[in-house]
Design a protein around this ligand. Structure first.
Ligand SMILES: [Zn+2]
Ligand SMILES: [Zn+2]
Ligand SMILES: [Zn+2]
Length: 325
């Protein structure tokens, strides 16, 4: 505050001089409302302009760092002390201090992102049930997702990576945020869905939609076709369902996350394009009965190269729109 006072005093003087020299007035009563606002702004601006560190809230020194908040994409000004903090939030990428949350695998969540994070099993199960409900409604004409035989838990990153190593089956999903795999016990099959702990609710919804779609593929695409279906196309289809679900939720941020991740090596863009051009039913037909490994960028019409079982030919001749889109 000591440093603020001289600045404010000198600006008050400056304001008076301007008022007298440029537009002589004898009292404040003669000021127009607009001029009063201008005076107020001139007086108040320096006080408001004291810039504070986005992390600790202390006044910023002359030299500071600019860091990008990955959630809001805003540029944040950070003091050198905070910029050198050892830990960062795994969601927004900014340094953490004060009320942050530590996760068992060495990740951290800042206080803001901890508020929307799903950290325990019951919260994840409730969220997954909500997503499943919405998926069932949206895709009722096209896809039947598995019902009660999906066991859902949250795991940390160490456990998740371990699952990928031991899964062995070509069916395991390499999405670093979730995993689903079929398990047979005493002749009864169920799915194990494992979700990375600490994800924001909105992002976890997209992950759950993606993982449920893997289960649909497992139950509805023949082993023969699964062998020819390219891995990136399989993942791209799961991302398409997640993308359509997120679109119905009007969540622009999550849409961007799906579009910006590159792990389907461009297949997600071709799936989105194919759904718009040909309809979701043709995309589903290709996944089940297509002859190509991947969707083609140069020849999008090849999505129509399918070997449909005779009884299904011409069952769905017209493209359908998915409800809620
Ligand atoms: Zn700071
Ligand atoms: Zn954060
Ligand atoms: Zn996947």
């Amino acid at each position: 505050m000591q440093t603020d006072m001289p600045l404010l005093r000198s600006l008050n003087c400056f304001t008076c001089i301007v008022a007298m020299n440029v537009a002589p007035v004898r009292s404040f009563a003669r000021l127009t409302y607009a001029k009063f606002l201008l005076l107020f702004a001139l007086i108040a601006t320096p006080a408001l302009a004291v810039e504070r560190c986005a992390i600790c809230g202390k006044e910023l020194p002359d030299k500071f760092y600019v860091m990008t908040d990955r959630v809001t994409e805003e540029k944040k000004h950070v003091c050198p002390t905070c910029a050198n903090l050892p830990n960062e939030c795994f969601v927004c990428g900014l340094p953490v201090t004060g009320d942050y949350v530590s996760i068992s695998d060495g990740r951290f969540l800042c206080a803001r992102d901890a508020k929307t994070a799903v950290l325990d099993r019951s919260a994840a199960q409730a969220l997954a049930a909500e997503v499943k409900d919405s998926l069932d409604r949206m895709f009722s004409r096209f896809l039947n997702f598995p019902g009660t035989n999906v066991e859902i838990t949250v795991v940390d990153r160490v456990d998740l990576q371990e699952l990928f190593k031991t899964a062995g089956d070509s069916y395991s999903c390499p999405n670093v945020l979730g995993y689903i795999g079929p398990v047979t016990n005493n002749g009864k099959m169920h799915y194990e869905m494992r979700l990375l702990s600490g994800l924001p609710r909105a992002q976890l919804k997209a992950v759950v939609a993606h993982e449920y779609t893997h289960a649909w593929v497992f139950e509805n695409v023949s082993q023969r076709r699964r062998r020819t279906l390219g891995h990136d196309a399989h993942e791209g289809f799961c991302e398409l369902v997640a993308y359509m679900f997120i679109t119905a939720q009007e969540d622009e941020e999550q849409k961007k996350i799906i579009l910006h991740n590159h792990y389907t090596r461009g297949q997600i863009d071709l799936f989105i394009d194919a759904e718009r051009r040909f309809g979701f039913n043709e995309v589903v037909d290709w996944i089940q009965y297509g002859t190509d490994k991947l969707l083609s960028k140069d020849e999008p019409n090849r999505i129509r190269d399918v070997e449909m079982p005779k009884k299904l030919v011409a069952k769905n001749p017209k493209p359908y729109r998915v409800q809620g889109q």
